[in-house]
Write a protein that binds this ligand. Structure first.
Ligand code: ATP
Length: 207
């Protein structure tokens, strides 16, 4: 049987339990042989003020991945020149693993603008798109959107799950404030790394 590889791309600034919960739920549903966390180089879909650099974002992904046997982190996009267009990333992965069946994981908020992604048809010819419902009760809306993709809709899998209502923006704010409850929002090893390297101006925002 073909090896099944899932790629989960994001800015991961920083990676948090919401991301990891999505990974675990997708893994439960689709049982990949491996899943790769892929921090992006220059995100094409949104403007991001980089508060942690690429090496730190990658290191935090590596630490987080270490806690799950199916998960690993890759710096492939960070090493690629130019903007991290998903189509180029998938072409590169296909070149590295020509026999594998590829899957690309996204949260639902990303799904609704998928038809605007650079060469999205080609993305779907290279990989199945796995979309996790980030908000509760969102499944029907996602199915409706997918149907608009016509025959390509067969390349989309929607994973129904209760997402953790959490974003990196929220985590960064809590880190800046040195809020102790932040330990419930991301893996202990990642928090330790952030403190050690003074990322996100940890605790500097304390009143
Ligand atoms: P930011 O707050 O900086 O915009 P973010 O938390 O949305 O960041 P990203 O790195 O931009 O994180 O997201 C990477 C991927 O993870 C996207 O596909 C996004 O939809 C998904 N995602 C982010 N947070 C969650 C969550 N809590 N549950 C499920 N998916 C999530």
């Amino acid at each position: 049987m073909k090896e099944r590889i899932a790629i989960f791309g994001g800015t991961f600034n920083p990676i948090h339990n919401g991301h990891l919960h999505l990974c675990v739920e997708c893994q439960k549903e689709l049982q990949f042989d491996r899943m790769i966390l892929m921090p992006d180089h220059i995100p094409p879909h949104k403007e991001v003020g980089y508060l942690a650099g690429e090496t730190d974002r990658y290191e935090m992904c590596r630490i987080a991945a270490g806690e799950y046997p199916f998960l690993e982190a890759s710096d492939l996009e960070l090493r690629m020149d130019g903007i991290s267009y998903t189509v180029y990333t998938l072409q590169e992965i296909k070149r590295l693993y020509p026999q594998a069946e590829l899957y690309f994981i996204i949260g639902s908020d990303m799904l609704y603008s998928f038809h605007k992604w650079y060469r999205y048809q080609e993305i779907l010819s290279l990989a199945f798109l796995v979309a996790g419902a980030r908000e509760r009760e969102e499944y029907d809306r996602m199915v409706q959107y997918t149907e608009k993709l016509g025959s390509l809709s067969s390349r989309v899998r929607i994973v129904r799950f209760h997402a953790l209502p959490l974003s990196s923006t929220q985590v960064r704010k809590a880190l800046h404030l040195g809020d102790e409850t932040v330990s419930g929002l991301l893996p202990a090893g990642v928090l330790e790394y952030i403190k050690k390297h003074g990322l996100y101006q940890f605790g500097k925002g304390k009143a």
